[in-house]
Ligand binder design. Structure first.
Ligand SMILES: Cc1ncc(COP(=O)(O)O)c(C=O)c1O
Length: 507
């Protein structure tokens, strides 16, 4: 078999609160009588917290064992729409230095000149990649940056006396769900356009949707299917003619880095995700940053403070009266901005351009091999144009012929030490969807290893579907019983979830 042999560690060990023994201690914290005096009497504990008593090596071993049980499958991760990147340990090491880790957002900006220099430096580099006039890094992720746009739009409308009059935001069904969600959170009505034969909504649909109530268009390009809209320039013109703003959700930027600039397409604002495209850690290794950039016209409405430079000296500029206010505290996750700055500087303009070329090559290589695997199909198979980054695929045929679902295949791949692939954002327009993305950081052997494993699992689906359906078999634990997930009496994290599951309100 071409696929790697793998088995996760399995430690039969109690949970941490059951480990250790009374009186054992890993860390001695000095009494801090002054601090106690500062604490109002009513807030002080009356009894000691119930914490496990362990030595430092015991704690270390416990978490090491947990990591051995869970991290083995973090091998090759062709996780679409997330653009997995190499996260250089040198950036991590710099972020631990006291000059970074021990700064306080309210300290005198004179003592923060280094941090302000790289915030300003990344702002300038993203301006040149997008054509925008100013970037801010306050948002704690992509969805937060989409929300920033809604907040800026509100402030812009208020300044023009149009708040409440222009109350509609237009998006498409395959833009990331954070676009409609943040628009609704910010109080806008959402108009969602549907996909047509060519894989994106028609210009006619857009023309029918715009009106004097249009506040903005919020759209991803490529969308979640991985399809680019070749008419996007005309879309921007249609929305501008109706008096609205255009926001480009540029989270999936990898395939066009250095090739297209959002401002040149006419967009008023865009967002990049530092934890996707710009080398800062993604997901569980967060925290993340959504870089929000806009035109000079929208700059007065940005959440502040902004970082300005004069003769090599940096200062924080506070908001004007009409600004949108904070979307997050202070300057956001500054350490992530530093990591993205280091990545961008190290790559240089040529490196970024080359990374984009490599990622398109890698994705098309991956797509080509996927098209040779039985039971898999491309979304919109009649479209022959290149998908530059991730591509939406489907296991519909495989599922029909074998009874094995995309979830089963996903779980079985982890048995070979391969990170589970990404399925699809909601709604699922393609049955049994999955969305791989190779990107520029994986070697040919690594991409082949991932594809070999998928090929092996698909062959198993036809030869021995039960093995796939009952996977995983080589993880620390077997398949979890999820039957209680929809039972409100056993699993509901919020009152709203409880009501939905109890069918008190519709799903
Ligand atoms: C196109 C797109 N926009 C926005 C987001 C939201 O980003 P975040 O998860 O950082 O909030 C994602 C997340 O994957 C995305 O793919």
């Amino acid at each position: 078999m071409k696929s790697p042999s793998y088995h996760a560690a399995r430690w039969a060990e109690p949970i941490i609160t059951e480990l250790g023994s009374e009186g054992r201690c890993g860390l001695f914290i000095e009494d801090a009588p002054d601090a106690l005096d500062l604490m109002p009497r009513a807030l002080r504990r009356t009894s000691a917290p119930v914490l496990p008593s362990l030595s430092e090596p015991e704690v270390f071993r416990h978490y090491l064992h947990l990591a051995q049980m869970t991290l083995g499958m973090q091998g090759v991760s062709l996780f679409g729409t997330c653009t997995m990147k190499y996260n250089a340990p040198v950036s991590e090491a710099i972020s631990w230095r006291p000059e970074m880790a021990e700064t306080h957002p309210l300290q005198d900006p004179e003592t923060l000149q280094g941090s302000l220099a790289f915030i300003h430096g990344l702002d300038r580099m993203l301006r040149s990649l997008s054509g925008m006039d100013r970037f801010v890094f306050q948002a704690g992720g992509g969805a937060d940056a989409a929300y920033t746009h809604c907040a800026v739009t509100r402030a812009w409308l208020a300044a023009r006396g149009e708040l409440g009059k222009r109350d509609e935001i237009i998006t498409s069904i395959q833009s990331h769900p954070c676009n409609p969600a943040t628009a609704a959170t910010a109080g806008f009505k959402v108009i969602t356009l549907t996909l047509e034969e060519n894989g994106y909504p028609s210009l006619e649909q857009l023309k029918a949707a715009v009106s004097d109530r249009t506040a903005a268009l919020m759209i991803g390009n490529p969308d979640d299917m991985g399809i680019y809209n070749p008419e996007i320039r005309e879309w921007v013109d249609v929305v501008h003619r109706a008096g609205g703003l255009c926001f480009y959700d540029h989270a999936n930027f990898n395939g066009v880095m250095g090739k297209i600039r959002a401002r040149e397409l006419g967009f008023d604002a865009c967002m990049f995700m530092l934890h996707k495209t710009f080398g800062a850690p993604k997901g569980g290794n967060g925290p993340s940053v959504g870089a929000y950039g806009c035109s000079a016209e929208l700059e007065p409405f940005l959440p502040a403070p902004l970082v300005n430079e004069e003769n090599g000296h940096y200062r924080l500029v506070q908001p004007g009266a009409g600004a949108s206010g904070h979307v997050r505290e202070y300057l956001g996750n500054v350490q992530q901005v530093m990591k993205a700055y280091a990545w961008t500087l190290a790559m240089g303009a040529d490196g970024i351009d080359e990374a984009s070329d490599l990622s398109v090559l890698a994705n098309n290589y991956m797509d080509h091999r996927l098209s040779t695997i039985r039971g898999l199909s491309h979304s919109h198979p009649h479209l022959t144009g290149w998908r530059m980054e991730m591509t939406r695929w489907s296991m519909e045929t495989l599922c029909r012929e074998t009874g094995v679902s995309v979830f089963d295949v996903q779980r079985r791949m982890t048995d070979f030490g391969i990170d589970a692939f990404w399925l699809s954002h909601e709604p699922w327009l393609v049955p049994e969807p999955f969305t791989p993305e190779a990107g520029e950081m994986w070697s040919l052997e690594e991409i082949d290893r991932w594809l070999d494993v998928l090929e092996t699992v698909v062959a198993e689906c036809y030869a021995d579907p039960e093995t796939v359906r009952t996977a995983p078999h080589r993880q620390a634990i077997r398949q979890l019983d999820q039957s209680h997930i929809n039972d409100p009496a056993r699993f509901a994290t919020t009152m709203r979830a409880w009501k939905r599951k109890s069918a008190v309100i519709p799903a």
